[in-house]
Design a protein around this ligand. Structure first.
Ligand SMILES: *Cc1c(COP(=O)(O)O)cnc(C)c1O
Length: 378
């Protein structure tokens, strides 16, 4: 252990939300107060939807109060039932959403490089009850969208992407929200673009957007007709106003994060036992998280050791994603949750560590974090 590196005098977390310009935000808040319209698809909501269609380069988009409700509504809008093939290497919401729709999650192992669902293993998990594939663009890295499309077409399955990490990710210049039947974005405060709480569904057809807009507003079609069992998924005017004020800062935030990613990459480049994030060719990554993998044997210390020891230095990393969803008590009895079905995911969830990653993190701090970690080897 090197003894000369001092702990940070303030806690350093994995992320820090982008702050709005208070003056701009106040202007919008005043407009909301003047209108007395705090929710129900007001001016801010309409404008943010329009801006995000442009930013994300998607044909249609529907805002929600959070990403989880959006994903629940997505399953409802496609009338999914039976089973859905999904990944265990994700945030709890992905699997819980299936449970809330009375759909049985079928866990498929992940790809060792991208850490996304392994498209080559999906086919073997299909049964007569399968209606959908629910995949996640983990850490903003796109799934194998063409292979997933092929399988879905061959078996008549719907495809939903949890794109919660993938705001602004692109494949060969095409927005990530254009793949699958529906893509869900989360605007939680920990996400790159945020509205404190919030989310959206990007959808292929106008018709499907209309159905989703009904679902998120209790199924109310007009004064005299309620046409389906909807839910309250509406984004409020306050959230939409925050989003409108934050949206212009995303480009700059991504540029800063790019510099930090390059710094981490060069500082860790030759460290045995530390694997850097995978960057595919032709892909623009959202830069939502910076996740390294620590191979205990090669590095000499485990991920858990590094995670714990960093706390002494006031650095709070996250084990994204550990535990696997398939190991939660509510899902572990499912046949597909068996660790022998999920070898790659089991291994990777013990290795991943999400490091501090946000625009305001200085390059000096990045260097200090790297030195602390490297110092743990001896
Ligand atoms: C954040 C997140 C969600 C949930 O989004 P909320 O807006 O917090 O409800 C779902 N899936 C993944 C992978 C996430 O990271």
């Amino acid at each position: 252990m090197k003894r000369n590196i001092k702990p940070f005098d303030r806690p350093v977390y994995v992320t820090r939300p982008i702050l709005p310009d208070i003056k701009e935000f106040s202007k919008r808040l005043k407009a909301i107060c003047d209108s007395r319209l705090f929710t129900n698809i007001g001016a801010q909501h309409v404008l943010l939807e329009k801006e995000l269609v442009r930013t994300l380069g998607v044909p249609n988009l529907s805002l929600f109060n959070n990403g989880t409700i959006a994903l629940i509504a997505a399953c409802q809008s496609l009338r999914l039932s039976g089973e859905a093939i999904t990944t265990p290497f994700t945030f709890p919401a992905t699997t819980h959403v299936l449970a809330w729709n009375n759909i049985k999650p079928v866990f498929c192992d992940i790809d060792p490089l991208t850490m996304n669902i392994d498209a080559n293993k999906i086919e073997s998990m299909i049964t007569p009850n399968t209606t959908a594939i629910l995949a996640v663009h983990v850490f903003g890295t796109p799934c194998n969208v063409s292979k997933i499309r092929q399988i879905a077409d061959r078996y008549g399955l719907k495809v939903i992407y949890d794109a919660a990490h993938a705001f602004g990710s692109e494949i060969n210049g095409k927005g990530i929200g254009n793949y699958g039947d529906i893509s869900m974005f989360s605007f939680h405060a920990t996400k790159l673009f945020h509205t404190a709480e919030g989310g959206a569904l990007a959808v292929k057809t106008k018709r499907l957007k209309q159905r989703i807009d009904l679902i998120k507003n209790h199924g109310i079609k007009n004064e005299d007709q309620v046409v389906m069992p909807g839910i309250n998924g509406k984004m409020s005017e306050l959230q939409a106003a925050l989003g409108l004020v934050i949206l212009p800062y995303i480009d700059e935030e991504q540029k800063k994060r790019q510099r930090i990613a390059i710094a981490y990459g060069s500082l860790f480049k030759d460290v045995e036992g530390i694997k850097l994030p995978y960057m595919a060719k032709g892909v623009k990554n959202s830069l939502q998280y910076y996740v390294i993998r620590i191979d205990k044997n090669a590095f000499g210390k485990s991920r858990d050791f590094v995670h714990e020891r960093l706390k002494r230095f006031n650095v709070f990393t996250r084990k994204y994603f550990h535990p696997l969803c398939s190991d939660y008590s509510c899902y572990k009895e499912l046949p597909s949750a068996s660790p022998s079905n999920l070898n790659v995911a089991q291994k990777i969830s013990k290795e991943v560590l999400s490091l501090p990653f946000y625009g305001d993190l200085s390059l000096d701090d990045v260097e200090r974090i790297c030195s602390i970690i490297k110092g743990m080897r001896d």
